[in-house]
Each structure stands twice: as C-alpha cells, then as structure tokens.
Design a binder for this molecule. Structure first.
Ligand code: PRP
Length: 180
C-alpha cells in the first residue's frame, strides 16, 4: 500500500467486509436454492465484490459483466449513461442478479433494470455492497444490501477516485482535501 493510501480513514475493514459478504452469500444461496443463478457484475466498481460474493454462493453460478459508467466528473452522478461493455450471453428466462458496489442516486440502477428487463429474464434482482440511502434521487431499492453508509466519498474494495484506490482491501473515506 502506498504511503498516501495508508493515511486514508478506514470506514469498513476487510474483516467486516468478508463477514458481511459471507452472510450475503448464505442469504442469496438460500433464496435461490436448487436454481442456477446468473450474476451480472457492473464494471468497474463491482469486480472485487463479485469475486468474493461468487465464492460464497452454494449454487450453480454463471457470470457476465456489463460495462457502464454514469459519473461525469469522478464524484457526482451526471445522470448521463454510457455502455462500455455489453453482455456476452442472453439473459432470457434466467434467474439474474445484478451485482453493484454502490447504490447512490439510483439513476444507474433504474436504467439497468429498464434495459435488462427488456431481455425478459425469469427474475431480476439486485445486490449492492454499499447503499447511500440519503442520496437517493430515483426511488429504487436493492434486494440485498451489505452496508448502509452515510453520504461520504468512499474508495477501496473496487471503488475508485479518478480510477485509483480500487485495489485497497478496506473501504476508506476520501475526504475533500484528499481529492485534490
Ligand atoms: C458507480 C457504481 C454504480 C453507480 C451508482 O459507478 O458502481 O454503478 O456509480 O451511482 P448512482 O446510483 O448515482 O447512479 P461509476 O459510474 O462510478 O463507475 P465505476 O464502477 O467504473 O467506478
């Protein structure tokens, strides 16, 4: 870890993340028991969470990624969307679980649900590791939430600032002075 990363305040440490991801894995395994589950990870932020969650599922799992970006300036949601990687396989008739790292204004998830529903999955649900409920603009809800967090800017465990810090094992707060 760089000296700069060491100075970042820890919001949720890797042990707590691992414990919660294990719980989510057990809940989701119980929910889909006996049925194959198709995970769709939303790039890039969900990559670490998806890898850990998938290994905590006691189910037949397949996975795909959707590359999607919504943040115009690296910090606040612009509401504008851009697909950077499309799905590789059809989701028609499948049990699909969208895997997100963070649910913020809700704009991205609303768009995703609309776009994916058109392809007629049997079932479309959502798990997000982090939920910033106080920031919601669009009324959407995840079926499974790892942690409710306050309105602070977070990095690590897949989440970035200006494409940095994604590799950090803990989730940290990046204060405004550290965003320069
Ligand atoms: C983040 C996150 C969600 C979205 C949530 O992605 O992964 O997809 O923003 O924000 P919203 O609820 O306000 O729409 P981001 O666009 O930062 O891209 P990244 O995952 O590549 O970092």
């Amino acid at each position: 870890m760089t000296e700069k990363a060491e100075k970042l305040e820890v919001l949720i440490d890797s042990e707590n993340i691992a414990r919660r991801v294990k719980e989510l894995g057990a809940q989701i395994s119980a929910e889909y028991r006996g049925r194959p589950l198709h995970l769709i990870g939303i790039l890039k932020g969900s990559w670490v969470f998806l890898a850990d969650l998938a290994r905590n599922l006691d189910l037949d799992v397949t996975l795909d990624f959707l590359g999607f970006t919504s943040y115009g300036d690296g910090q606040s949601s612009s509401g504008q969307v851009k697909i950077t990687k499309d799905l590789d396989s059809s989701i028609e008739g499948r049990e699909v679980l969208i895997v997100e790292d963070i649910l913020d204004t809700g704009r991205t998830l609303k768009y995703l649900v609309e776009v994916l529903s058109v392809h007629k999955p049997h079932n479309l649900r959502v798990v997000t590791l982090l939920n910033k409920r106080s920031r919601r603009i669009v009324p959407v809800k995840a079926d499974h939430v790892g942690f409710e967090i306050a309105d602070v800017f977070v990095v690590g465990y897949g989440l970035d600032f200006d494409q940095k810090y994604r590799q950090l094992p803990d989730i940290h707060v990046l204060h405004p002075a550290q965003q320069l």
